[in-house]
Design a protein around this ligand. Sequence first.
Ligand code: HEM
Ligand code: HEM
Length: 186
Amino acid sequence: MIDMTTSVPPAPVQAYDRLTRALHWATAGIVLLQFAMGETWSWFGAGWKGTARDIHTSIGFAFAVLLLFRLYWLFARRRRTTAGPADNRLAILVHLALYALLVAETMAGFEWRWSGTRPLFVFGAHLTCVPCRLDKTGHHIVATLHNYGAWTIMALAFGHAAVVLWRHYVRRDGILGRMLPAARRA
Ligand code: HEM
Ligand code: HEM
């Protein structure tokens, strides 16, 4: 006899759970802010650049914690979503690429400091990592990776958002609603 209490899969939910939605929008906001800061701090003089770089690494540290938690939430299968016809392999691939790039970008950011001469400040505290030191070539590589990584993330995130908006407003499959609270779902 089939045990109906254990063999019936849970009904798919029509949107991501509340915490996943919060993590998604926090990630998007921080990534945009970090990018905008990194690309503009040299426009406003050396004083602001020094401060902005320490703000960038402090936010970067908070972002690393958020990202670790987000990955735990994803891989521990605590995050829930619809397994409906709107899902496709390309979307999954783009999401995985975004996660991978965010991890690489974060690691390269920390290494940029730990491999160079300028100390890493996180909310005023000096964070060191002696085994993380690299030679000049390594330092140059992580800096280049962080720089190009930022542009690649922005390009992919822009494409991702454009597809979401197209599907939502042109194809009308309501995909945007998966990342919105129930009251704002069309
Ligand atoms: C830097 C900006 C962004 C990043 C890094 C990002 C990243 C991601 C990732 C990794 C996922 C997969 C979530 C998962 O399965 O765990 C996702 C899903 C999603 N994102 Fe974004 N996102 C960004 C911006 C946006 C924007 C601006 C929008 C709205 C226009 C948006 C709408 C969505 C929606 C609706 C989903 C669910 C898609 C589905 O279930 O197939 N995202 N995003
Ligand atoms: C994932 C979001 C992030 C984005 C989009 C981003 C973006 C940028 C950009 C555009 C620059 C300027 C690049 C250049 O001048 O060539 C930069 C520099 C930098 N970022 Fe990030 N960043 C992110 C996260 C982080 C994290 C997590 C850290 C770790 C602490 C970090 C540490 C740094 C450092 C140390 C610099 C070099 C500052 C300098 O001395 O000029 N970033 N970032």
